[in-house]
Design a protein around this ligand. Structure first.
Ligand SMILES: [Zn+2]
Length: 191
């Protein structure tokens, strides 16, 4: 093989290595910034739920250093023209302000208010845990607007998926539940 061919192979290998390096960097950026987050709005000092345009930032990163921007905020459309100063909080601690991180941390070390089973690792795609609100109704996380999350963590109590299902049946189909008066779960909670 001539030295020209060797050079070509080396150059192609370098180009491939660089392309892989860029793809890894871009996907890391995407995964770091995707998802709904809770920030403290610099204007109101209150919680706001936001999303970063992670896909756009990742696309930009293929050609130059990306500039993070929001794609959603619970204060929009009224405050859509704000300076998005909250992005500094996200850049400083991208994982800590993720909704799932905040909720996961809240469950750890707690137990279900009905069956007292402790919460281990949470699998959100399969049997996600729920909450008991002040009206003593079990609700799922997606029923609570993310900007109200912090308040919900202070007033709601943790419920496992099985107990949430059982309570939902009790509430929506009381005719199907035979023993409604002496449930030990209710006794534990309310007495
Ligand atoms: Zn339970």
């Amino acid at each position: 093989m001539s030295s020209g061919n060797y050079l070509l192979i080396v150059l192609l290998a370098l180009a491939a290595a660089y392309a892989i390096f860029r793809i890894v960097a871009v996907s890391r950026l995407y995964f770091r910034f995707r998802g709904k987050r809770i920030v403290s709005c610099p204007e109101t000092r209150k919680a706001a739920a936001v999303r970063v345009s992670a896909g756009k930032a990742a696309l930009e990163a293929t050609v130059h250093t990306p500039q993070l921007r929001l794609s959603e905020c619970s204060r929009w459309p009224e405050r859509e023209a704000c300076g998005q100063e909250c992005l500094a909080q996200i850049q400083e601690a991208p994982k800590a302000c993720l909704v799932w991180t905040i909720i996961n941390r809240w469950y750890q070390g707690q137990e279900c208010v009905y069956c007292h089973k402790p919460f281990g690792e949470i699998h959100w795609h399969d049997h996600p845990p729920a909450l008991l609100n002040k009206e003593r109704k079990t609700v799922q996380w997606n029923e609570i607007p993310a900007e109200n999350l912090q308040a919900a963590l202070g007033t709601h109590r943790p419920v496992c998926w099985s107990c949430h299902m059982a309570e939902t049946v009790r509430r929506e189909h009381p005719e199907l539940v035979v023993d409604r008066t002496s449930s030990p779960l209710r006794m534990n909670l309310y007495h």
